[in-house]
Design a protein around this ligand. Structure first.
Ligand SMILES: [Zn+2]
Length: 236
């Protein structure tokens, strides 16, 4: 991870911005995986999110800050989260070899990945999106519409096999005592964190290029500690 430079990460982030939102986090993981973007897009979602949490920890530190609004009284909660604490200690699931029994039949399925999420985003509504996801994961085994109870059984089995795929936060409102849970999406969070990091980097390049006449490549090659020292002098 440390072998990658700021220029490498900037390039990965820039590429990610041209992709549909569900695939953007995969472009950020791609430089770390042997199979690149293809491998990242094929990771089961929980495995992907576990690696995204680790990536945030390595690049930006383990602390995550988010907000949530109380559904009862509207109080805004400031959440201080931790990448390590959000990573579940779950065994790595086999994405392909999953099965569920329903009405005397066994259905084999694979775990959902980012390409399934991208396909879901193109569906008309939530029900269609859910049915599309399940059909994709079941493969050619089932051509008709899936009965609702089979859909529910599949969704339950998928969540059990890959618990990190949905990171739920148990929240409680300090103002009114309401308790509820909310999903935390590390993919969207990291997408935003990278965007803010890139903007800060562009500011630094702009200031140093204006002051010293160096090129972007030269400035990025300095590394964060030396960039900071020159910036301190420019801004003094
Ligand atoms: Zn409240």
């Amino acid at each position: 991870m440390s072998a990658l430079t700021a220029a490498d990460w900037l390039q990965a982030w820039e590429h990610s911005q041209g992709l549909p939102p569900p695939l953007r986090p995969c472009a950020l993981l791609a430089p770390l995986l042997e199979g690149g973007a293809e491998a990242a897009e094929r990771l089961p979602l929980g495995r992907r999110d576990s690696q995204l949490l680790a990536l945030h920890g390595a690049l930006f530190g383990p602390r995550l800050s988010a907000t949530a609004d109380c559904p009862a009284c509207g109080e805004r909660l400031e959440l201080a989260l931790d990448c390590h604490a959000l990573r579940l200690d779950a065994p790595e699931p086999d994405p392909q070899a999953q099965a569920v029994a329903w009405q005397g039949r066994t259905f084999h399925y694979r775990l959902p990945d980012s390409r399934d999420l991208a396909a879901m985003a193109r569906a008309g509504d939530l029900d269609q999106a859910r049915a599309l996801l399940l059909r994709r994961c079941l493969g050619s085994d089932w051509a008709d519409d899936l009965p609702a109870d089979l859909q529910a059984e599949l969704a339950r089995a998928m969540a059990e096999a890959d618990p990190q795929a949905a990171t739920e936060l148990a929240l409680s409102c300090p103002a009114c005592g309401e308790q509820w849970s909310e999903l935390f999406d590390i993919g969207a969070y990291l997408d935003e964190a990278f965007g803010q990091w890139a903007e800060r980097l562009f500011d630094q390049v702009h200031l140093l290029a204006s002051a010293y006449g160096w090129s972007e490549a030269q400035i990025l090659a300095l590394g964060p500690a030396r960039r900071a020292r020159y910036l301190a002098r420019v801004l003094a």
